[in-house]
Design a protein around this ligand. Sequence first.
Ligand code: SF4
Length: 442
Amino acid sequence: MEYKYPKFTPEMKRTHTILIPNMAITQFRLLRYALTYDGYKCEILGNCGSEVAQLGLKYVHNDTCYPALLVIGQFLDALNSGKYDLQHTALLITQTGGGCRASNYIHLLRKALEKAGYGYIPVASLNFSGLEKDSGFSMTIPLARRALACVFYGDLLCSLRNQVKPYENEPGAAEAMVEQWVARLGQTLLAGKGYTAHEMKRTFPAIAKDFAGIGVTRSPKVKVGVVGEIYVKYSPLGNNELQKFLEQQGCEVNFPGLMGFVQYCIYNMGEDHVLYGGAGGIKMGTDLFLRYLDGVERAMLKAQKNAGFYAPGPFTELTEKPAGVISMGAKMGEGWLLPAEMVELVQGGYCNIVCAQPFGCLPNHIVGKGVINRIRALYPAANITPIDYDPSATRVNQENRIKLMLAVAKERLSGGAPEAAPVTAEQLAGGAPEAGKTPATV
Ligand code: SF4
């Protein structure tokens, strides 16, 4: 008999607690306030540990993408915990709307819930692409605006924290500043404010100024950028606390912002029109939307720079980075965004890069691991290591591989191995590296 899954109805907004898997921690904490303002009761899940992966393995096929396995395992672990009134609990999962399996996680989750005896728990979808149209959870324009503000604020807080923490005079000062601002922004969002472009543009410099006021002692540190599949890039559960590990190794880390991924998804909808034709209205709509985001993004980057911090270029510049590396038609998984972020990081001085990818994730192996030699050929200073994450990959193995990359980085930092100057954007656009030039290896 066909399984009829329960719908998340509009009435459940008042009666149900929605559980949300964690990914980008600061951005998602803020998102909770935006959802609360909209009338939803929700909780961001923090449960982790090996039980989560084991539960995922038990109820999802082990060939399934690692992020799906972890997210489903985390949900089941939470439902098993006894903490929730299961008759009044719902689950929220994100869907990218892309051609990759990420758009199908919701079906895998429903199947796993049914197998685990939780088939009556409704699942709602968080997406910007109109998937799951009959759901009582709807991405209204006001909610979308608030959610976007949460991503901007979260990205800014993370970027500033990451540039202050390794150098702070008083341990914990940067983290405390993040807490302070999350609480303050949370109250602002709960009051129905803080999300318009005007309000964000006014708030960004105040945030940057507060971080600039933290006492630091700047000394040369290994700078490491992290790119990869969106979930394992950000989620400490997915990447075995990669950020914590890198910071323990004395590095300054840079995770390109989540807004880049949001813009990438929107941009691709318009790019489909450029590449394949179709309704011109979509392209016009996505261009307008991107222009709005661009205005806010530039204000955020300017606030960072004016306060003395590093800020990458805006998204419009990011779209130029893949030239000579990969086609803009590469849109499965993190697509052209992944190499673009690698180039951006190298140009910004974050030459050491961890490319985090789920084992067996074909799209990201192509656009991640697959372009590393090309980027090394164009940028001999690039020191990139791809790291696979899956339930059978041990943390020790992953950390040892990263330590090898860091050994090269530390040698370069101490002047032991010269760093070649990056090529210019014109050279980058010029096609293949010179004949006979061997790609630099680590
Ligand atoms: S990007 Fe990779 S991990 Fe994510 S859904 Fe696609 S195949 Fe799976």
